[in-house]
Design a protein around this ligand. Structure first.
Ligand code: HEM
Length: 154
């Protein structure tokens, strides 16, 4: 039988999980950074997403922060302590922005990563994008509630 070694309990657990993910997906910090540079290159050139990135003052700082973010999310490294919800609050993002972001992320991931690596990143990207979208994009109120809020009878 070709059983993999058991994942240890205790402090070595995180490192063992990270090694297991790296071996299975081909992802590591350098691979993730290269992928993110390609993704953000495409996002800046995109007609819908580009304007939202126009005010990023320091791209190397953004790439460094986002590489730490994905290291935490995808490789269980820890080390990212930012607040993604706040970082997007002023951008007036719409569902169309999220759909395009995910579409582009998927295309670049499939071009740059192994099949398992792309699937691993995409699974997490979809979940995080959904929770950001739910936190950032106001839901339209049902019509009756809207009328009441405007002071008209329901
Ligand atoms: C929907 C389209 C999106 C747009 C237009 C967008 C744009 C931006 C911009 C302009 C910033 C600030 C960069 C800076 O000033 O340094 C930012 C930060 C960030 N974005 Fe997005 N974003 C989008 C979706 C997402 C999604 C889906 C994720 C995660 C899966 C994500 C992860 C992050 C993170 C982690 C930061 C904060 C980095 C830090 O801590 O400095 N973004 N984004």
């Amino acid at each position: 039988m070709n059983a993999s070694p058991p994942i240890p309990e205790g402090p070595d657990r995180r490192a063992a999980l990270a090694r297991e993910i790296e071996a299975r997906t081909g992802l590591d910090d350098a691979v993730i950074e290269r992928f993110l540079r390609a993704f953000y290159g495409a996002a800046r050139a995109d007609a819908l997403l580009g304007p939202a990135f126009a005010n990023v003052a320091d791209w190397e700082r953004h790439i460094a922060a986002i590489t730490r973010f994905w290291g935490s999310v995808a490789l269980m490294r820890g080390g990212y302590h930012g607040q993604p919800m706040q970082a997007h609050a002023h951008l007036a993002l719409t569902p169309a922005h999220f759909a395009r972001w995910l579409d582009l992320f998927e295309r670049v991931a499939r071009a740059e990563l192994t099949e398992e690596g792309a699937a691993h990143m995409l699974d997490r990207a979809r979940r995080i994008a959904r929770s950001l979208e739910m936190g950032l994009v106001p839901l339209p109120l049902p019509a009756a509630t809207r009328r009441m809020a405007q002071g008209s009878p329901a």
